[in-house]
Design a protein around this ligand. Sequence first.
Ligand code: UGA
Length: 429
Amino acid sequence: MTITVIGTGFVGVVTAAVLARHHTVYGLDIDEAKIAKLRQGLIPFYEPGLEDLVQEGLNSKKLIFTTAYKEAVENSDVIMIAVGTPSATDGTADLKYVKAASQALAPHLKKRAIVALKSTVPPGTNDKVKRWIKKHTDQSFHLAALPEFLREGSAVKDTQSPDRVVIGATEPPVIEKLLKLHQPLSGDRLIVTPESAQMGKYTANAYLANRIVFINQIANLCEKNGADISEVVNVIGKDTRIGSHYWYPGLGYGGSCFPKDVMELASYAKSVGEGMGLLVKIDELNGQRIHQKLREFSKKSGGFKDKTVAVLGLSFKPHTNDLREAPSLTVIPYLQKHGAKRVKAYDPEAMEEADRFFRQVVFTDNPYEAIKGAEVIILLTEWPELVNLNVSKISRLAAPQAVFIDTRNQYQPQEIRSAGLTYIGIGVL
Ligand code: UGA
């Protein structure tokens, strides 16, 4: 089968590279510089395993990066739209890139091609796309929704072996073709309407975001009464109705999806005359959390004024160099605003990216360099390299009686305390 994936952002490149193992795939973008780099196997972001996969596709010539709509679309049985849908000022999903892609692909469609929306969009978007395309072609074509559920940091694995492949389509030949397209991938197949597929995507993200906000609230209570949040998670997790995953407390969710999708769903609710209540509250509580925690950390560690602070982990989660809505973007300016003498920082992959965001931060070559002389150490991202540090070495290098703030509960409080440091965790005393 021949496929075009429009948009070579995160989702587009991963999808194109994974599918090129089994089909001929055009990765299409209007950004010529980006396409030139991709043709050389250069990926504009860090994602484990992706570079090798792209190279494999380029070598086999089954992965073709192009800026030419005609070349790609006229050969394709399925055209996936995977462009960005940033939030508009009113919080709704801005469909301008989806519209531009629909208009550009329309004149080149071959008969009965399937246009599938992979971008995260509200239900009802398929009808809009159909209208936009119809204005530019008389060709017969079909529409479908193919939402994605991949996570940054494990995107290749998530795409090759997803929990489920959701096919939002109603016409039998379309369903058949999309099943064939996904046949080499594992995971359950769910055939639903396009509206259910798109609601399912927003619902999954909003629910996961809700879970994080909820467990963070419970963590706050644990800090008041001496309960240990990880023990509480064990207690609830054994209930099969609840489950033990995705209850990991911290400074709140970040990244490019949850903050945006929660508010887009809220705006969608408003647009159809429904209340935004819970969704807006999720966003509000998550947004407030990091400042509340920073005030508490400051109080517990005697303030940050005139101190050297080591910040470990800058990306919003491990195994990515993505800093979008990362805790570091709030934590570092807060430290600087509250008088920290020096902020030293280390991240295994995000240093280059971080250099664009932070001023007057000393980036170090390894975590121990950052810790040297620090009166406060803050672990923000649970990179494997950062959760296995040698505690006695930390205590030797840091300033005497340094404070260790473990925002990801990766260290044993007792071990840190025995090494002569003050330990502050989340949801644990
Ligand atoms: C999320 C979803 O998990 C994917 O299923 C979805 O496809 C993707 O958004 C998307 O819409 O494209 P992602 O943003 O890559 O994926 O990252 P997650 O691993 O879900 O983490 C999101 C945020 O929640 C991070 O800040 C993470 O630290 C935080 N988190 C996650 C917690 O604080 N606790 C947890 O238990 C899990």
